[in-house]
Design a protein around this ligand. Structure first.
Ligand code: COA
Ligand code: MG
Length: 292
């Protein structure tokens, strides 16, 4: 999944637009983009959309962002959407492996009730929205086989910290958020799942958005969440391996295959050894997956 587009759960109009956006996944939101009074209606609208959208021959993955476990709203969210067989549940304000295990148990019950295959519904936590969440990042590895990816959030984290802002005037994140971003990459590698970059809220700033996507790809994120349809095409382009990157990866793989038993080789004046081969194999695997 390269692009994951947030769509408010109470907006059939945006949900319909989301389907045409080209996003790899839609995140149908029951949390922060829906006012408290609107939650029951948003659940109904989202459930109806899920049921219609999942039968389409070509469709994005359908992910539901439920309300955080601490709100007391999560159960009703799951009751409403699980019969619609979402591909994944996104858990906001997740504080570690215990939270996703807890959610996994709630999902398992509802899969059984709706005659869905056990384990079909994946989990994507937003893992850095609270100070406590930062300390739970190392506990996702092995917590549940449902874990599909990890992502992070800077907006709620700044609220939890009482910060004035999370970005410098230059647009780059201040230190606490740079740390949270980096720790998310380490946590995802440790749990052996993809790291998905967080949203970029200034949705008219196309240039700043591109810069941020390029920096995320550089550092190892495999995709990014979007809040506006205009952000989808740049994400899809930037997070797909370029023809040049793929050609280089294939050349490295071929070189090692042609030299079995060799640990280190030179190519175009560069030393290549095992980490370079692994990196090339990951690029190739991503390209193959996208081609499917
Ligand atoms: N998904 C699907 N369609 C969207 C969309 C989204 N996230 N954001 C905007 N659109 C649609 C609009 O409805 C509009 O279509 P219309 O003119 O046919 O109604 C079109 O795209 C252009 O929208 P635009 O006028 O540029 O933006 P806006 O002012 O209407 O909306 C936001 C701005 C931020 C309110 C909107 O982008 C949004 O709701 N984003 C998602 C918010 C969210 O889910 N946040 C939670 C996670 S942080
Ligand atoms: Mg939030």
């Amino acid at each position: 999944m390269r692009s994951l587009l947030f769509v408010p759960g109470d907006s059939p109009r945006k949900q319909q637009k989301g389907l045409d956006s080209g996003a790899d996944a839609l995140i149908l939101d029951l949390e922060d983009s829906v006012a408290l009074d609107g939650k029951p209606q948003a659940r109904e609208i989202t459930r109806a959309f899920l049921e219609a959208a999942r039968t389409l021959p070509r469709r994005p993955r359908l992910i539901i962002r439920v309300n955080a476990l601490s709100t007391g709203l999560t159960e009703a969210d799951l009751d409403a959407v699980m019969p619609g067989a979402p591909d994944a549940i996104m858990l906001p304000k997740s504080e570690g492996g215990i939270d996703v295990s807890h959610l996994a148990a709630k999902i398992a019950v509802r899969e059984a009730e709706s005659d869905l295959p056990d384990g079909a519904t994946r989990i994507i936590p937003i893992a850095t929205e609270t100070g406590k969440g930062i300390f739970g990042l190392g506990s996702y590895a092995g917590a549940t086989h449902r874990l599909a990816a990890l992502t992070w959030g800077a907006e709620d984290l700044s609220a939890d910290l009482g910060a004035e802002t999370n970005r410098l005037e230059s647009g780059s994140y201040t230190d606490p958020y740079r740390l949270a971003r980096s720790l998310t990459l380490f946590a995802a590698a440790s749990a052996q799942v993809d790291a998905i970059d967080t949203v970029f809220t200034a949705f008219r700033d196309a240039e700043g958005f591109r810069r941020e996507c390029l920096a995320s790809r550089r550092d190892g994120f495999t995709g990014k969440m979007a809040i506006h349809p205009d952000q989808v095409a740049p994400i899809n382009e930037i997070f797909a391996p370029s023809p040049e990157a793929l050609a280089r990866a294939e050349a490295i793989i071929a070189l090692f295959a042609a030299n079995p038993g060799v640990g280190v080789i030179g190519l175009d004046g560069e030393m290549l050894d095992r980490p370079h081969l692994i990196r090339a194999q990951r690029v190739k695997a991503r390209a193959d997956k996208l081609a499917e």
